[in-house]
Design a protein around this ligand. Sequence first.
Ligand code: SF4
Ligand code: SF4
Length: 224
Amino acid sequence: MAGGNTLVLAETVLDKVLQPYNCRSFWTVGIRDLAVPERDFFHHSMPRAKTAVVVGHHVTTREEWKWYVSASRGAHCAADDHARNVSLHLEEALLRQGFPTEIVPYPGESGLQLRFVAQSAGAGEIAKNAFLLHPQWGPWIHLRVLATQALTKNKPRRVISVCNNCGACVSACPAGAIEDDTFNGLKCRQFRKARGEYHPVGPKRELRYCEICADICPIGSKPD
Ligand code: SF4
Ligand code: SF4
C-alpha cells in the first residue's frame, strides 16, 4: 500500500475511470465515520479497510432493475451487472495505485446494508419507504460498495434531507409496513413472501418484486 497517500489523488483518477459512464456517481466515507453496525461489518470482514467507496448507478429503465435467477449466475439484473462493472474498474484503478481494495459481495447475505453506507457517504437519505432516496434520482439508484485501504480526506457528511414527508408511500403500501416514523421490514417481507416474490417465475425465471412504494414516491425521475 502506498504509505501516506490519500484518496484525494485517487478520486481524480477514479473520476477519469468513470467519465464514460454518465449514469453513475461515487462517494467516499471513512470506515471510522460509519454507524456502529456498518463499522463492525468492515472491522470483522475487511479489518484493514480505511474507506468505503459507494457506487451509485441511476436506474433509467424498468428492464434493467428486473432480477432473474440462473443456475450459473444466481440472482442478477442489468443494473447490478453495470454497477459491478464500474466497481471492477474502480478496483483496478485503486490497485494500480497500490491500494488493496475489495468489492463487498452482493447480492446475498454479506450482512452489510449498502444503503446505510451510502447515506453516511452523502449519497442520499434513507426515507420512510426504506429506500435510499437520491436527490435527483429518487429511489431509482442501484448501489455497490468497495472497501479500500486508501484513506479519504472527506469529512463525515450530515444526512441530507430528501424525503418530503408527503406520506404517499404510507398510504400506498398494501402491507401497512410503512408508518409515519418507522419501517416494518417484517411486515414488508411477509407480504412479499405471501405473494411468492422470492420464487422465480416464467421461462426467464424472473423475480417480481413489489415496487409500489418506490413508484408512488414523487422524488426523482422514474424509469421509462
Ligand atoms: S415493497 Fe411493497 S410491501 Fe414493502 S414497503 Fe414497499 S409497498 Fe410495502
Ligand atoms: S413517498 Fe413521500 S413520504 Fe414516502 S419516501 Fe417518497 S417523499 Fe418520502
